[in-house]
Design a protein around this ligand. Structure first.
Ligand SMILES: NC(=O)c1ccc[n+]([C@@H]2O[C@H](COP(=O)([O-])OP(=O)(O)OC[C@H]3O[C@@H](n4cnc5c(N)ncnc54)[C@H](O)[C@@H]3O)[C@@H](O)[C@H]2O)c1
Length: 427
């Protein structure tokens, strides 16, 4: 099949930019983002998400749109805008609607619009299709077609790139599905999975992340139980992991804009249909309770060492929501920090990946280098960034003194190497 596609990618963040760069190896692609600062820095070959390096941006034929009119020649749109939840944990489709309002007025008859944003099953056809119809005056399924292809990239993971992950594709009809499968098939080396419908593809993505959330919640609950029994969770997981079908999940804080958010899309759809999920929401509650659980545990350790809480000198290693990325959105370490502040502790925080200005703006946390950190009453290893892992022994040695507490949220510290005069606690 010869593919006469001219692609417009809407939203150039962690998902949209790698997709646009990859598609631009095979097709004419123009990228659009509502944030003019994003466009101007990308034009200077600077990707602040750290996913695409400057040389690759320099080499790419990807163009950046000055305004929506630059997208007028496109006939294949890929939408990768955020799908967050609001304060009451309900899906917030405003950015998805606004992306449709960008595409609608300039969309030519015959266009295909592929959504990559994570949504609940039904959202593409029930929300995006009608919005595109409303603003374009065109008829969905006749004048333009819908498709959905969930993004499964794992930011910060240099081994599994977009091209190495099987891509799920779905379309409103067979012809659309063929075109979408051919477009993605030309860039994805791992292969294409054709879902039987758009709703199936939407459900598959939201299930992937819900499954992760629940598995981590199970590990967090197990960790609380192991703590009461007085055995190290990591030793239990090591032993259990020797069975072939034991899933390798670990306890930890679940932040970010995917794992801790997407389950609410599924539960909200279920609630619309009169079903109130129990397991999924229980997992969410456990994971959301972890920052206050950890702070509670830290307070107990300080008290056991006779360290006055309000004068405790506490250092936190890592603020981003996961390792080796600069993304601080929905950071649960920020919740941890805030809870400590409520107890009168003024923790110091370092993070080699997070942007200091953004961290100050978002959370009021002034990042500082940890080079001079010493004599801390407690240190919290929160995010397993590679530079921390590579130097963990020294970091512990430098930042602590006899009697300090070491709180290890991601099993980063090698326990046998720890001096005996430290109190150690791990999730
Ligand atoms: N980051 C991940 O790990 C990941 C993985 C798989 C799926 N997803 C999903 O992909 C979607 C995008 O996530 P992301 O992490 O790339 O978000 P992001 O915040 O990194 O990027 C989104 C970009 O879209 C832009 N934008 C917002 N509204 C816009 C609009 N109306 N028109 C044009 N641009 C607009 C923003 O300025 C931003 O640059 C979400 O639904 C997310 O759940 C994310």
């Amino acid at each position: 099949m010869s593919l006469d596609v001219r692609i417009g990618v809407i939203g150039l963040g962690y998902v949209g930019l790698p997709v646009a760069i990859s598609l631009a190896r095979k097709f004419p692609v123009i990228g659009f983002d509502v944030d003019p600062r994003r466009i101007s820095t990308l034009r200077e070959c600077d990707d602040w998400t750290g996913e695409i390096d400057a040389a690759e941006l320099q080499r790419s034929t990807l163009l950046f749109a000055d305004g929506t009119e630059d997208l007028a020649d496109c006939n294949f749109f890929v939408v990768a805008v955020p799908t967050p939840v609001d304060d009451s944990k309900s899906p917030d489709f405003s950015l998805l609607r606004s992306a449709c309002q960008t595409i609608g007025p300039i969309m030519q008859p015959g266009s295909i619009v592929v959504f990559e944003s994570t949504v609940y099953p039904g959202a593409t056809e029930e929300i995006c299709g009608p919005e595109l119809e409303r603003v374009s005056g065109l008829q969905c399924g006749k004048d333009f077609k819908l498709a959905y292809s969930p993004e499964r990239i794992n930011p910060g993971d240099k081994e599994r790139s977009l091209e190495q992950i099987v891509k799920i594709v779905s379309g409103q009809d067979d012809e659309t599905l063929d075109t979408v499968a051919s477009v993605y098939g030309s860039i994805i080396e791992a292969g294409i999975h054709r879902a039987s419908s758009i709703k199936v593809a939407e459900a598959a993505k939201v299930l992937e992340n819900t499954q992760r959330d629940i598995n981590i919640a199970l590990m967090n609950e197990t960790s609380k139980i192991c703590d009461l029994i007085g055995i190290p969770t990591s030793d239990v997981l090591k032993a259990a992991g020797t069975k072939w079908n034991f899933l390798k999940f670990t306890p930890g804080l679940v932040g970010g804009h995917c794992i801790g958010v997407d389950p609410y899309y599924l539960t909200s759809k279920a609630a619309q249909l009169g079903y109130h999920p129990e397991v999924i929401l229980a997992g969410r509650r456990i994971n959301d309770s972890m920052p206050s659980y950890v702070v509670n545990r830290i307070l107990r350790m300080l008290a056991q060492r006779d360290i006055p809480i309000s004068r405790a000198k506490v250092g936190i290693f890592g603020i981003t929501f996961k390792e080796n990325v600069p993304d601080i959105r929905n950071s649960k370490v920020a919740d941890l920090y805030q809870t400590m502040i409520e107890y009168g502790i003024q923790p110091q925080v370092c993070d080699p990946f997070a942007d200091p200005e953004e961290t100050l703006r978002e959370y009021g946390i002034a990042l500082e280098p940890s080079d001079e950190w010493s004599d801390f009453d407690a240190v919290v290893f929160a995010v397993p960034h590679k530079p921390f892992l590579d130097d963990i022994g020294n970091l512990v040695q430098r930042a602590t003194r006899a009697g300090s507490c070491v709180i290890d949220l991601r099993s980063m510290v090698h326990r046998p190497d720890l001096p005996h005069d430290l109190s150690y606690w791990a999730l």
